[in-house]
Design a protein around this ligand. Structure first.
Ligand code: DC
Length: 231
């Protein structure tokens, strides 16, 4: 299938998109990657895959050493695909399962541990080293690729982010009553953790998407990328 956004591959930039949940990172990263002919890598899917494995093994999310050991014994693969990336855990397609509520909650705890993060960062660097990528997450511009060619910090008002999440869940037919409280709590954990807390890199372009449409944000980010490509 040819995506209508697609374009000829150009350059080999490393583009980092960070920000809180519900700011629109995933959609923007995926569409930007298509427009540039780049690969889109969702770093959060890796934390989610490890969290799923910990759930399946009935492990404590507080046991840092055991979680790192689990990660070392795991094969987590992000497989870029048109129309949504796939996440493979030990060869199993867990793309849908890792979006469920229990995994979302578990990933928020698993990602607190510095040693787990170190394992993830090493793998994320290896995946993106060749450039031509749009990687999104919480610490891409600050930690994974501090020398990224373009860093975007995509933010939005908490009420708007909650509303977007609620709409996404309604589309999926899920109960959305606890969305706001859970999102706020995950946000708090992301922003206050000791290891690589969520914050904008000093050289990131901060975009507040509260009053912008998806297409407006995408156009802004694409313009920034094309300016970088033009040198
Ligand atoms: O972006 P996401 O919701 O799929 O991320 C899942 C969890 O992983 C979330 O709780 C934040 C965490 N995460 C992180 O700590 N660092 C990243 N680079 C990506 C995600």
């Amino acid at each position: 299938m040819i995506d209508s956004d697609s374009n000829q591959p150009q350059g080999k930039l490393i583009i980092a998109i960070d920000g809180p949940a519900g700011a629109g990172k995933s959609t923007i990263a995926a569409r930007l990657a298509r427009r540039l002919g780049y690969v889109n890598l969702e770093s959060g899917a890796m934390y989610r895959a490890l969290a799923l494995k910990a759930i399946d093994k009935d492990m404590s999310f507080a046991d840092e050493a055991a979680l790192v050991k689990l990660a070392e014994q795991s094969h987590i693969k992000l497989e870029p695909a048109v129309g949504g990336n796939r996440t493979l855990l030990d060869g199993r397609d867990v793309s849908s399962r890792i979006r469920e509520r229990d995994v979302t909650e578990a990933a928020s705890h698993v990602s607190l541990h510095p040693a787990v993060r170190a394992w993830m960062v090493a793998h994320q660097r290896a995946m993106g080293a060749g450039g031509g990528i749009v990687m999104e997450g919480r610490d891409i511009g600050t930690k994974v690729f501090p020398d990224a060619d373009l860093k975007i910090f995509l933010d939005a008002d908490a009420v708007v982010r909650e509303q977007r999440r609620r709409e996404q869940q309604q589309i999926k037919g899920e109960v959305a009553s606890t969305v706001a409280a859970e999102l706020r709590e995950r946000d708090r954990r992301d922003r206050t953790r000791a290891a690589s807390p969520l914050l904008a890199a000093a050289d990131a372009v901060v975009i507040d998407s509260t009053k912008l449409t998806e297409d407006e944000v995408l156009d802004m980010v694409e313009e920034l990328a094309r300016r970088k490509l033009a040198g």
